[in-house]
Design a protein around this ligand. Structure first.
Ligand code: BYC
Length: 330
């Protein structure tokens, strides 16, 4: 089915595969999990490093827009919740870096690729968080979009990625709910608070739709990634599911989705909606979004400032290993 929706250009046909590649594809088709030490095609390994690495970077860079509001949360309770959520994102990044490392890439290499701009992170984190209502909208929409993408990834074919996703999804659903709880409070507040909630929805709606990636006709990786079960759905399928789930939630809040074309389509059993501005998306992922330079700058600074600490840890580990060596030799 997906082969008709997404470009299959460059994909190997079964008759062109080596016996090893065919046996590998048959394992995937049977729903078997692939583990790190097992044979895998080089393209499978590379695609996973790209996707898991970008996902890990997104979790880490994704701490910045919310971290921006920790010191300015309106109550101590909200501050504690936001702090815990941002800390969870760091944990997600770490599980995912560990999953990527099982494929033979080092953490330092992944960092170098992020810092030099060779590897991407999610476009959404290149937008600013201007008001407290954005903390609600990020949890509701951004974590909501993330869950929509990540729940199917729990069944992805690579064992360590799939297991990381199971754990991450449990935490993401709390994140989504805390965001929605902030939105409920704001939307039921004073007219000024409700206006802030509406403004956050207006600014973050289309960037959230972009999180699912370009439309299927422009998605270069989908067909091969789906054949390998690295991705379980096309970008447009997940975007549609997200819209169908989120529009009633916006209505419940008494807020308006900023799309005049939004309309229930009885025949397809889902909403018709306007596509995001794809030229803006491609501009943002090329490094020209409103906050790209700040986000990357903050990550590079954190990495450079932490160099002395990492060097200290390595020196300590080497010393401890040297102390243990004579014992091991006995
Ligand atoms: N942003 O062929 P396509 C979170 C790139 S973090 C940037 O469709 P693919 C959270 C794509 O990489 C959530 N780039 O690609 C954290 C490719 O370029 P390259 C992060 C994007 O990989 C903190 C090109 O466009 N989630 O939840 O098949 C706080 C063509 O696209 C984006 C994940 O990473 C984008 N939005 O599909 C709160 C999920 N979209 O690499 C929340 C795992 C596309 O060839 N990743 N590109 O240079 C995936 O599921 C897939 O990688 C995507 C893209 C659906 C994102």
């Amino acid at each position: 089915m997906y082969a008709q929706l997404v470009s299959t250009e460059g994909m190997k046909k079964p008759e062109d595969m080596t016996p090893e590649e065919r046996a590998f594809q048959e394992r995937i088709d049977r729903g078997e999990k692939i583990e790190p030490k097992e044979w895998m095609p080089e393209g499978y390994r590379k695609t996973l490093i790209r996707q898991i690495g970008q996902h890990a970077h997104s979790e880490i860079v994704g701490q910045l827009p919310e971290g921006n509001w920790i010191t300015r949360a309106p109550t101590l309770e909200r501050k504690a919740i936001l702090l815990a959520k941002v800390q969870d994102e760091a944990g997600h990044g770490l599980y995912l870096y560990c999953a990527a490392e099982t494929l033979g890439v080092s953490r330092d290499e992944l960092m170098e690729r992020l810092h030099s701009g060779k590897m991407k992170y999610s476009s959404i984190f290149n937008y600013p968080t201007l008001t407290w209502a954005d903390m609600g909208a990020v949890g509701w929409l951004v974590d909501g979009a993330a869950i929509m993408n990540q729940v199917p990834l729990q069944r992805t074919s690579f064992g360590p990625y799939s297991r990381a996703m199971i754990r991450i999804c449990k935490e993401e659903s709390f994140h989504q709910r805390q965001g929605y709880a902030v939105m409920m409070k704001m939307a039921a507040g004073t007219p000024a608070q409700k206006a802030m909630a509406q403004d956050a929805l207006n600014r973050l709606w289309y960037p959230s739709l972009m999180m699912f990636g370009p439309s299927d006709k422009d998605s270069v990786h989908s067909a091969q990634s789906m054949a390998w079960k690295i991705k379980m759905n096309t970008n447009d399928e997940l975007r549609q599911k997200f819209v169908d789930q989120t529009v009633p939630q916006a209505r419940y809040l008494g807020l308006t989705v900023p799309d005049p074309e939004l309309k229930w389509n009885e025949e397809k059993g889902g909403y018709d909606f306007s596509e995001p501005d794809w030229s803006e998306f491609f501009d943002v992922i090329a490094g020209n979004g409103p906050c790209n330079k700040d986000r990357l700058g903050a990550r590079v600074k954190a990495w450079d400032d932490g160099a002395w600490f990492r060097e200290g840890l390595v020196a300590h580990a080497e010393k401890a290993a040297a102390r243990r060596a004579p014992i091991a030799a006995e």
